[in-house]
Design a protein around this ligand. Structure first.
Ligand code: FAD
Length: 402
């Protein structure tokens, strides 16, 4: 199947564009361009209100393959249109994306109808925010070595105990999906369950922000001490399958929107290079052109992948290829941004103090936060291992972990 926009898509684009223009005015004007990776600490209350505004407009849940949960559905091309217009309008970074793009498709694939009725409508209304409780100290790339456990109490409820780390937006989230060991003595990916845990459990859940070099914070350590889980998705002990299914939803139409943001960043760096004369340096000019060409390649890769059968694309390693392409690309752009700025890039704001959080400028933020792009969502090394083993059929990695 070829990916292409159809007749009705242009009208949909106009509708999306007009809605965004109207609603990003007034009380949300200050939230324009705020949030997103490296800026998740920005615009808290306004971005939360913005989620509800999106919900009222019916713009959450377009990609769910069923409606009736308070969402409106849209064809794949229209989802792309919405994502593109959203990025073009510089609308606020989404607080709700973990619930909408990760948990919701997982519930549609693995949840019961009762669970869908319970959790999807508040996500569609922009009322409930979720966070992802997978990684632990000692269990990142090697997620199967996780140690957080859950046991049933006298009332039959699951009680979660353990520590998660790097939990993005846990300080804002209402609920967390937690991968925990529910079968005592089980090993690796056996005996795990996918649990849904409300965050408002004082004394049983402790969210501690991880302070970054800038003094700001967007992810956290989360400590569970007998926290109550209100649901289990999939089968007891079958959480690995659900957790891996969820990771398969991590990217999709959002890739194309992300590329619009990337193109804008590349334009910014190019403008700065021309203005400062840095573009006269043939090495810098060559790198700018190379980044432009690579961005085009990424777009075609994404369009080709989106147009086809997702299972075939996954079997051909397409998600890993996409992750390798964009993660490395974004890092190289960050490096070039600093090269273009020269020594001034290393200087902090005039009012810098070691005691107060401070803002990076756009280029500094691009450089620093793109370092994480080759780590989260599965590091580059792990993506290469996936391609090596599952696509090329190379011998399996010896982990020594049994
Ligand atoms: C910005 C950001 C947001 C995040 N948000 C969340 C979140 O919301 N929820 C959540 O659960 N997690 C989150 N994470 C955590 C993320 O999933 C982990 O950082 C990632 O899985 C890597 O795990 P680790 O940090 O423990 O590194 P490690 O697994 O310790 O890896 C360290 C290095 O060793 C390499 N390595 C590890 N194993 C192998 C191997 N077998 N072969 C070759 N190289 C290897 C890795 O590639 C990496 O370079 C986030 C991370 C970042 C950076």
């Amino acid at each position: 199947m070829e990916f292409g926009f159809g007749d009705g898509d242009e009208g949909f684009r106009q509708e999306a564009r007009a809605w965004l223009a109207e609603h990003l005015d007034g009380r949300f004007a200050g939230a324009l361009g705020r949030g997103g990776p490296g800026s998740e600490h920005e615009g808290g209350a306004a971005r939360r209100a913005w989620e509800r505004e999106l919900g009222e407009g019916g713009w959450i849940g377009l990609g769910w393959d069923a409606d009736g949960y308070g969402n409106r559905t849209a064809t794949l091309t229209r989802q792309v249109v919405w994502a593109e217009e959203y990025a073009r309008a510089r609308a606020p970074g989404r607080y709700g994306h973990i619930g909408e793009n990760l948990l919701a498709p997982t519930l549609l694939a693995y949840g019961t109808e009762e669970q869908r009725r319970r959790y999807l409508p508040p996500i569609a209304r922009g009322e409930e925010l979720w966070c992802q409780g997978y990684s632990e100290p000692g269990a990142g790339s090697d997620l199967a070595s996780l140690r957080t456990s859950a046991v049933r109490d006298a009332d039959g409820r699951w009680r979660v105990t353990g520590q998660k780390v790097w939990t993005s937006l846990a300080h804002e989230a209402d609920r967390c999906f937690v991968l925990a060991r529910t079968e005592a003595g089980s090993r690796r990916h056996h005996g795990l369950s996918f649990l849904l845990v409300p965050m408002d459990q004082p004394g049983r859940i402790d969210v501690r922000p991880i302070r970054q070099l800038t003094g700001t914070s967007e992810f956290n350590e989360v400590f569970f001490d007998g926290a109550v889980a209100e649901d289990l998705v999939g089968t007891e002990g079958g959480g690995w399958q659900v957790a891996m299914g969820l990771l398969g939803f991590e990217r999709g139409v959002s890739t194309l929107a992300q590329q619009i943001g990337f193109a804008e960043e590349l334009r910014e760096v190019t403008r700065a290079a021309v203005a400062s004369g840095a573009a006269d340096d043939p090495v810098t000019a060559e790198r700018l052109v190379r980044l432009w060409a690579e961005l085009r390649t990424m777009r075609w890769h994404a369009l080709r992948t989106l147009g086809g059968d997702p299972r075939e694309a996954a079997a051909a390693g397409a998600p890993s290829v996409a992750k390798l392409l964009w993660g490395g690309w974004h890092q190289r752009l960050g490096e070039l941004a600093l090269r273009v700025r020269g020594a001034a890039a290393a200087v902090g704001p005039a009012d810098w103090s070691p005691d107060a959080p401070y803002e990076l400028d756009a280029q500094q933020r691009l450089f620093l936060f793109s370092r994480a792009d080759t780590i989260y969502g599965g590091s580059d090394e792990i993506q290469r291992t996936i391609i090596a083993e599952r696509v090329l059929g190379l011998p399996r990695e010896r982990t020594g972990r049994g």
